[in-house]
Design a protein around this ligand. Structure first.
Ligand code: EPU
Length: 346
């Protein structure tokens, strides 16, 4: 285990925020997890878990031990007639794992192709796209539980997976995910219900073609972080009561919406931001992408303060126009390396 001091984290977060960590270590195995935690305790440092950096907001100076998860490996644990169970290291690149699974003729994850980030972060916000959420294919998550000070395995039923949510969000500084165990299907059951996916897939209804179409749709809509630094959707799609929805829809009948269980409705944040005039609009060096208003882009050398300036202005405008508070999707860290709740708008 090698500790680096004053490490620049700009290359490790896809929004390219300038952020320096007082202490940084790469984690390649379970022993490294224990050694790093012992070091942090000795030095009285908080610990910040860095994965693919594609969903985080970092301050300029971080006084903490950044643990950069790089545990590799894919291990087959079980197989039956219908499925294969795989334990995958938290440091595997998500998209490469999806491509690999398709090559192995293992199905389920194809709708989630091209999502940035690493496997270990996938259960945290229960990544989802095109009608699939990763929680549907997770059997268990292997963690180091900092509260109980032991390694353990949390079965999917206990992970409380929901839209962009899991137990790992409820207990932000408690678990260090080392591996994720997936149960993938031998027979493809294509999910084509989302938007224009069915039309894109056409007559060639194979998992391979589905994956290819998802890649193409994402590439056409979402900016490549290498060109336009971003964290994907910057806000969650708000879930509101049917009653509130009916009031808003009376005024804005075109508002895209998706009925949810328990008399709730999910509405499209991208549409709200677009209608509030923010599509392609910048405030300083930070703005909302011209092809997809839901994606915030760092166009130059933005700091967290610049990003906050812009997204608070977006939140304010959407609130004034529609009475809806948008909640940011990326995780916000403070200068001591701890996860902090976003300030409510208004
Ligand atoms: N819309 C606009 N203007 C815009 C953007 C969107 O009017 O600038 C409208 C679209 O026309 C559409 C609706 O808003 O009617 C929804 O837009 P879209 O289909 O692009 O999907 P989304 O709700 O914006 C969600 C996820 C994405 C995921 C896609 C596909 C969230 C917050 N975002 O986006 O996830 O890829 O669906 O499933 O749930 C991510 O989380 O980083 C992410 C990219």
């Amino acid at each position: 285990m090698h500790i680096h001091y004053n490490m620049q984290l700009k290359p490790f977060n896809t929004l390219n925020l300038d952020a320096t960590a007082s202490h940084y270590v790469k984690i390649e195995n379970i022993q490294d997890v224990q050694d790093a935690l012992a070091f942090a305790q000795k030095e009285q440092l908080n610990v910040l878990i860095l994965s693919g950096g594609s969903n985080m907001l970092l301050p300029e100076h971080i006084h903490a031990l950044v643990m950069h998860m790089d545990i590799q490996g894919i291990e087959k644990c079980a197989e039956d007639d219908a499925s294969v169970t795989l334990k995958v290291g938290a440091g595997q690149v998500w998209h490469e794992f999806v491509l690999w699974s398709t090559e192995q003729k293992l199905y389920g994850l194809q709708n989630l192709a091209l999502i940035p980030g690493l496997v270990g972060a996938s259960p945290v916000q229960n990544i989802g796209a095109y009608g699939v959420e990763v929680g549907e294919f997770i059997e268990s998550v292997q963690v180091y539980d900092r509260e109980c000070q032991q390694f353990s395995s949390i079965v999917a039923a206990d992970c409380q997976f929901a839209y962009r949510h899991s137990i790992f969000k409820d207990h932000p500084n408690r678990y260090i995910i080392t591996h994720v165990t997936f149960k993938l299907l031998k027979q493809a059951a294509l999910k084509l219900n989302y938007g224009d996916l069915k039309a894109a897939v056409g007559d060639e209804q194979t998992a391979e073609n589905l994956q290819q179409q998802v890649i193409q749709i994402r590439q056409s809509k979402l900016p490549n972080p290498a060109e336009y630094p971003n964290v994907g959707s910057f806000f969650k799609n708000p879930v509101i009561s049917t009653q509130q929805f009916d009031q808003i829809a009376a005024q804005f009948p075109n508002l895209p919406h998706y009925p949810q269980p328990n008399a709730q409705v999910k509405i499209a944040a991208g549409w709200l931001i677009d209608q509030a005039g923010w599509k392609g609009k910048q405030l300083g060096v930070v703005g909302m992408f011209h092809k997809q208003a839901l994606v915030l882009v760092n166009y130059a050398d933005a700091t967290l303060a610049d990003v906050q300036h812009t997204y608070r202005a977006v939140q304010q405008d959407v609130l004034s126009r529609f009475g809806i508070s948008l909640e940011p999707e990326p995780v916000l860290f403070d200068e001591t390396g701890l996860i902090r709740a976003h300030q409510p708008v208004g």
